[in-house]
Write a protein that binds this ligand. Structure first.
Ligand code: FNR
Length: 388
């Protein structure tokens, strides 16, 4: 029998009989409040904030309200199967941890990437580990246990460094390469601008660079002795406006499954497919990069259609099980959690991330139970109605 994620609620109610109530928040609004209190102000504004007046960021969430799941009764949903297949591997659930580049400093001990990897190990929810990390990718990989990890690449403009990062990720056991396309320059973020605060320019979360031989070869002094030199060099290698002409090179870097993140236009999906990618990652970076755009969920059906069967990963706006169910029904193969788990990390460390994931999975599972959709395959666009 597949894992029944909804049993988490039973565990909580039974705890209540012994006088135990959950230490972690049970709603996203409360999680957000507690995270703000737990994080240093600069970290909070960096994580919670987005581009412009943050309209797109908010719309990512509210756009889901335009859709509703039509319940089916007597559908035999006493047992649910939330498992999903990705790159030839069956996963217990269709959730994954989206790459978040400041996990290190979200955690109270400064090692949030490791805590997140341990939470992935405990839940079986794959982690997409960011290039921007407080601990080297090799250390993150070691904490993943049997759960797959994918490595997210911010492609530096130094090809030797890009190749080194990819080969290190392969050697460390990461099982797919996710290349993020929408962040070769930072979007206009008023919250961070108001405090002139950008973590990487303050030397945070650059461990994957400072331990990399190709990066170190660029430095005049060892990173431990010249923090300013590290930041200068990072700022030099980071911006890289890739073009489709670079895709054959990206493809040649690895035999691992290759995904492109930040895709929303069907024509870009077609170009990616023609270039031999193995999956599409539909996202608008949680509205952090470009304000005034469409909510990401609006783009999903067109991306799925153009993908013609290639796996489509989706994130941007997932806050509860309801959004997970709707993204699956609109064709996502797997659904990424972003800010919620970073908040869980700030509030409760590794246990906090586990709680956020278990809660999302439990609510997803119980929605499928109540509404009569026993498997992920039963969730199709026909299960949804669009409101005016
Ligand atoms: C991100 N995201 C991101 N994406 C990526 O490809 N590499 C990265 O290093 C980061 N870093 C990052 C930091 C922070 C603080 C946030 C909030 C997000 C984007 C992330 O993978 C995902 O697309 C969004 O988080 C989805 O939006 P929501 O659901 O979190 O609002």
């Amino acid at each position: 029998m597949a894992q029944q994620f909804g049993d988490y609620q039973l565990e909580i109610y039974l705890g209540g009989l012994a006088g135990v109530t959950p230490a972690m928040p049970m709603s996203f609004a409360e999680l957000e409040r507690r995270a703000e209190a737990a994080m240093a102000p600069g970290v909070w504004s960096y994580v919670a904030g987005g581009a412009g007046d943050e309209h797109t960021q908010r719309a990512n969430v509210t756009a889901f309200e335009q859709w509703g799941l039509l319940p089916r009764m007597m559908a035999g949903a006493a047992e649910r199967d939330l498992s999903a297949e990705l790159f030839g591997r069956r996963l217990a659930s269709p959730l994954f941890l989206a790459p978040v580049g400041v996990l290190g400093i979200c955690a109270q001990d400064g090692h949030g990437d490791l805590a997140t990897a341990r939470a992935a190990a405990r839940t079986g929810v794959p982690m997409v580990a960011s290039t921007l990390s407080a601990d080297p990718l090799e250390e993150v990989a070691k904490e993943l246990g049997g759960t797959p990890g994918f490595f997210q690449l911010y492609t530096p403009n130094d090809r030797a460094l890009a190749e080194s990062l990819v080969h290190r990720a392969e050697a460390a056991g990461f099982q797919a390469l996710v290349v993020t396309l929408d962040t070769w320059v930072t979007g206009w973020r008023p919250r961070d601008l108001a405090t002139a605060n950008f973590p990487m320019l303050r030397g945070k979360c650059l461990a994957n660079y400072t331990c990399d031989p190709a990066f170190r070869a660029r430095l005049a002094a060892p990173p431990e002795q010249d923090q300013a030199g590290v930041v200068r060099e990072w700022a030099t290698v980071f911006p890289n406006a890739l073009s489709w002409a670079d895709l054959p090179w990206l493809r040649s870097l690895t035999s691992l499954p290759l995904l492109l993140k930040g895709i929303q236009h069907p024509e870009d999906v077609r170009r990616a497919r023609d270039g031999g990618v193995d999956g599409i990652y539909c996202s608008n970076h949680g509205g952090r990069q470009a304000n005034g755009g469409l909510p990401a969920i609006e783009a999903l059906p067109g991306v799925v259609a153009a993908a013609e069967g290639l796996p489509v990963l989706f994130d941007s706006g997932i806050r509860s099980g309801a959004e997970v169910v709707k993204a699956l029904a609109l064709g996502a193969t797997a659904v990424g959690v972003g800010r919620p788990y970073a908040y869980g990390l700030a509030v409760g460390g590794e246990d906090g991330v586990v709680h956020v994931l278990r809660s999302l999975l439990a609510e997803t599972d119980l929605l499928m139970a109540v509404d009569g959709y026993p498997t992920v395959a039963d969730l199709t666009p026909a299960a949804l109605r669009r409101l005016r």
